[in-house]
Ligand binder design. Structure first.
Ligand code: FMN
Length: 733
C-alpha cells in the first residue's frame, strides 16, 4: 500500500501530473496558435477562426460539473473513504427503491442489513476493479474489453453474488444450512441473469468512464437493476398470491370431496413452485427466527474482526511482521531458499489484491521537505531526485524484478532489483542459502541465478505501460517526459524513489575476455536501461568465479566506461545513472585506489560499497554459541551477510568517501569547476536506525538492507526510519 496511502498519493499525483501535462499541451497549442493568429492579423487583418477548444457538454453543466469534479477530487485524494461513502449511498438508494417496489411497509432493519453488506464489500470490490483496469490491456482494445468482461463474469460475479446472497440470508436469521441452500438456489440464477446486463455495463465502464467515476456509474446502474428486479418480484408475488387463493379454493373443494368419499386416494398437497422472491429483494419474514439477532451480532463481529485484521496485518508496524512471520518462515521452510521464494510469491500475489504489508502514516514522507504538509527530516537528494528517505533494499532480494512495487510499499526510498545476467542462468546447485540465526546471518552462494535480461525487461516494460495507461499517456511519452514533466523518476515511477537495476556477466563468459564481458554488460544496458533510474554493475559477487578480478583498475575502467557510454544512448529524456558495486574483501589501499581511479576515469556516478564477504573471522562475538548446524552453515562456500559486517562497512564507507573526494581534488586544476562528488550507497550489516545514520554521516547517501529484512521482517525499513527520526529529533531537542 502506506501502499494504501502510497497508492493514494501516487494515484493523486498521477492524476495531477496528467492534468498538468494536458494543460501544458493545451497551453502550448494555444500559444502557438495565438502567436500565429497575431502575426496573421498584423499582416492581413483577416479575422481568424477561434482555436480555443470548446468544452465538452458535460464540462458545461455548472453546479453538476463542479459536483462531479469535487467527487473526482475526493476519489483521488481518499479513494477508500470515498468508495465506502459511495457504496453506502448506492445501497441506501437501492434498498429504498426495492422496498418501495415491494409493496410492504418500510423495514429499517432491511436497510441496515443492506448498508452493512454494501460497506463490507466496497473496498474489495474497488480493489478488484482497479486491478481489472490495470490488467488485460492488450494492443487490441476490443480484445482487452472482452477479456475484462469475461474475467469479471467468471470470477467476480459468482464470488460477489455468493457473498451478497449469503450475507442477506445470514443477516435475515437463516442458519448455515439454510444459507447454503439459499446460495445454491440463487447464485447460479443470478449469475445467469447478470449476463443480460453486466457484460455491457462492464465493457462500457472500461471503455468510456474515467477511473474515478466508475463506482458511481456502476452504482447508478445497480440501483436501476435492483429496481427492475424488485418490479419483477412484485409481479411474481402477485401471481403467487393469485395462485395461492386458487389453491385454497381447490383445497376446500378437495376436502369436501374427501369427506364425501372417505375411501378415495388422498390428493397431494398443492405446493406452489412459483418463483420465490429473490433474496436480494426479499423482505424478512414477519416471524423472525430467534437466531436473527445472533446472526447480526456474529456478522458484525466477523466484519469488524476482518477489518481490524486487515489493517493490522497489512501495516508494516504490526509486531507479527517482526516477531512471528520470520520465525514462522524458518519453521515452515527449513531451506532458506524456499523461504525466499515463498516470501516473493506471497508479496507478488498479495500486492495486486491490496493485501500486502505497507507503510502507513503517521509518517507522511513528503519527498519535498520544504513543501507539502510537513517537513521530512529524512529527505535526501540523490542524482537530482529528492528521495523520500535514504533507506534502500539491496540486490538479490528481488532477483527478477517481480516485486519492485511491494518492496517500495515497505517504505524503501531505493530498491535495487537483480543481479540480472544477459542470458538466463540457473546459478549454483541447491542447497545454496544457509541460515546462521545465532548471529542473524546468512551464507549464500546463489551464483547469480537469473531469468535473463530479456525477461526482466519485459516485466519492467509492462510495469511502465501500466503506469503510462493510468496517466493516459503512451510508454514513449513517459520515457520522453522525464521526472520534470511526469513528476516521478522514470525508473521507480514513484515520487521520491529510485529503482536500481543490477547487471552482471554470465558465469560462462570468460572474465579474461574483456570484449565478451563488455558485450554481456552492454546487452543488459540496452535491454534494461529504459526502465532503471540507476544501473549497477556488479563486480563483487563472491559466487561467480573470477568476477571480483574485474575490480582491478584497468579492466574495471574499460568495463564501466563501456556501460556509461551505452547508458548515455538510452532513448529517454533522463539517462540512467551508473554505479558500481564493490566488494568488502578487496579492502587494502591499493585495491581501493584502483577502484577509485576506475570510477573517476569511466565517468561512473557512484559506488555501492559492500556485498557479502568471503571472510569468516570476527563474525561470531564471544559468548555466542552456535549449534552444529550453524557452525556447518558458517563454513559453507559463499558470501556471509548480517549485522556482524557492520563495522567493516562503516569503515569502508568512510575510506571510500575520503579517497573519492581527494581523487577529485587531485585531478582538478585551480580554475577547474569541481565535478559532482561521487555518490556512495552503503550495504553490509545495517539493521537499525543508529547504524543507518552512522553510514550516512560517514559519507553515504543511502543505507541499504538485505539480511536485516530476512530476520527483522517486512517492518524493518519502517522501524529503521522511525529510529532515525527519533535520533534526529533528540539531537535537535
Ligand atoms: C541471499 C542473498 C542473495 C544476494 N544476491 C545478490 C545479488 O544478486 N547481487 C548483489 O550484488 N548482491 C547480492 N547479495 C548481497 C546483498 O545485496 C547485500 O549487499 C549483502 O547481503 C550485505 O548486506 P546485508 O548485510 O544487509 O545483507 C545477496 C545477499 C544475500 C543474502
Amino acid at each position: 500500500m502506506a501502499a494504501c496511502s502510497a497508492c493514494r498519493t501516487v494515484l493523486r499525483r498521477h492524476i495531477d501530473i496528467l492534468q498538468k501535462l494536458r494543460q501544458r499541451r493545451a497551453h502550448s497549442t494555444n500559444n502557438t496558435s495565438t502567436k500565429a493568429t497575431k502575426a496573421g492579423q498584423q499582416q492581413h487583418q483577416i479575422p481568424t477562426p477561434n482555436n480555443v477548444p470548446t468544452l465538452n457538454f458535460w464540462q458545461r453543466l455548472g453546479p453538476l460539473t463542479r459536483a462531479a469534479q469535487a467527487y473526482a477530487r475526493a476519489q483521488r485524494k481518499r479513494p477508500y473513504v470515498t468508495q465506502v461513502c459511495t457504496s453506502l449511498v448506492i445501497y441506501l438508494c437501492s434498498d429504498i427503491s426495492a422496498q418501495s417496489m415491494g409493496g410492504r411497509d418500510y423495514d429499517p432493519t432491511r436497510t441496515a442489513r443492506s448498508l452493512m453488506i454494501g460497506s463490507i464489500s466496497s473496498i474489495p470490490s474497488y480493489n478488484w476493479f482497479v486491478w481489472l483496469s490495470e490488467s488485460f490491456n492488450y494492443r487490441s482494445r476490443l480484445l482487452s474489453l472482452a477479456t475484462k468482461v469475461v474475467v469479471n463474469q467468471i470470477c467476480f460475479t459468482p464470488v460477489f453474488n455468493t457473498y451478497f446472497f449469503g450475507m442477506q440470508a445470514l443477516l435475515s436469521g437463516a442458519t448455515l444450512p439454510e444459507t447454503w441452500e439459499r446460495i445454491t438456489k440463487t447464485v447460479p440464477i443470478s449469475c445467469l441473469n447478470s449476463c443480460k446486463l453486466w457484460p455491457a455495463v462492464t465493457a462500457f465502464t472500461f471503455a468510456f468512464i474515467p477511473l474515478e467515476y466508475r463506482p458511481v456509474f456502476g452504482g447508478v446502474i445497480a440501483v436501476g437493476w435492483q429496481t427492475y428486479l424488485s418490479y419483477l418480484n412484485r409481479r411474481a408475488e402477485q401471481s403467487m398470491a393469485a395462485a395461492r387463493m386458487a389453491g385454497t379454493y381447490l383445497r376446500a373443494q378437495r376436502s369436501l370431496a374427501a369427506t364425501l368419499q372417505p375411501f378415495a386416494r388422498a390428493q397431494p398437497r398443492l405446493n406452489s413452485h412459483a418463483p420465490r422472491r429473490l433474496a436480494s429483494t426479499a423482505s424478512p419474514s414477519t416471524k423472525r427466527t430467534p437466531s436473527t439477532a445472533r446472526n447480526v451480532i456474529l456478522t458484525t463481529l466477523l466484519a469488524t474482526t476482518a477489518t481490524v485484521t486487515y489493517y493490522y496485518a497489512t501495516d508494516t508496524r504490526a509486531s507479527i511482521h517482526q516477531w512471528l512471520v520470520p520465525r514462522l518462515l524458518r519453521v515452515l521452510f527449513p531451506d532458506a531458499e524456499d523461504a525466499h521464494h515463498a516470501g516473493t510469491a506471497a508479496l507478488k500475489t498479495l500486492y495486486p489484491l491490496g493485501l500486502h504489508p505497507r507503510e502507513r502514516p503517521p509518517f507522511p514522507e513528503d519527498p519535498h521537505p520544504t513543501t507539502g504538509t510537513g517537513t521530512n527530516p529524512l529527505a535526501v537528494t540523490v542524482f537530482g531526485t529528492t528521495l523520500a528517505n535514504p533507506i534502500g533494499i539491496s540486490a538479490g532480494l528481488d532477483k527478477d524484478a517481480e516485486i519492485a512495487d511491494p518492496l517500495f510499499a515497505l517504505g524503501a526510498g531505493v530498491v535495487e532489483v537483480g543481479g540480472c545476467t544477459p542470458r538466463p542462468q540457473a546459478g549454483n546447485p541447491r542447497p545454496r542459502v544457509f541460515r546462521v540465526p545465532a548471529v542473524d546471518g546468512l551464507v549464500n552462494r546463489y551464483g547469480l541465478n537469473s531469468r535473463g535480461a530479456d525477461a526482466m525487461a519485459a516485466r519492467l516494460r509492462e510495469r511502465l505501460r501500466k503506469f503510462a495507461r493510468r496517466l493516459g499517456l503512451s510508454e514513449q511519452e513517459v520515457l520522453e517526459g522525464g521526472e520534470e514533466e511526469v513528476g516521478v523518476p522514470t525508473g521507480s515511477l514513484l515520487p521520491g524513489r529510485l529503482l536500481c537495476v543490477q547487471i552482471a556477466k554470465n558465469k560462462k563468459t570468460d572474465e579474461k575476455d574483456m570484449a565478451a564481458v563488455i558485450h554481456d554488460h552492454v546487452y543488459c544496458v540496452q535491454r534494461l536501461a529504459p526502465y532503471a533510474d540507476v544501473l549497477v554493475v556488479n563486480v563483487s559477487s563472491p559466487n561467480t568465479p573470477g568476477l571480483r578480478d574485474l575490480q582491478a583498475a584497468e579492466p574495471l575502467a574499460r568495463l564501466l566506461g563501456a556501460v556509461v557510454d551505452e547508458a548515455k544512448k538510452t532513448e529517454r529524456k533522463v539517462k540512467p545513472r551508473v554505479m558500481v558495486k564493490v566488494s568488502p574483501d578487496e579492502d587494502d589501499d591499493t585495491q581501493m585506489d584502483g577502484v577509485v581511479q576506475a570510477v573517476w576515469m569511466s565517468g561512473v556516478d557512484g559506488v555501492i560499497v559492500g556485498n557479502t564477504t568471503k571472510r569468516r573471522t570476527g563474525l561470531v562475538k564471544e559468548g555466542i554459541k552456535l549449534t552444529g548446524k550453524e557452525q556447518k552453515a558458517l563454513v559453507e562456500d559463499g558470501g556471509f551477510s548480517g549485522p556482524a559486517m557492520f563495522d567493516r562497512t562503516l569503515s569502508l564507507v568512510g575510506r571510500y568517501r575520503k579517497m573519492l573526494d581527494s581523487y577529485s581534488l587531485k585531478t582538478s586544476g585551480v580554475d577547474d569547476v569541481f565535478p559532482a562528488p561521487k555518490v556512495i550507497f552503503a550495504t553490509g550489516g545495517i539493521t537499525n536506525g543508529d547504524q543507518a545514520l552512522q553510514v550516512l554521516n560517514a559519507g553515504a547517501s543511502v543505507a541499504m538492507v538485505y539480511t536485516g529484512l530476512v530476520y527483522g521482517g517486512s517492518g524493518t525499513i519502517t522501524r529503521i526510519k522511525k529510529e532515525m527520526r527519533e535520533k534526529l529529533a533528540l539531537k535537535e531537542a
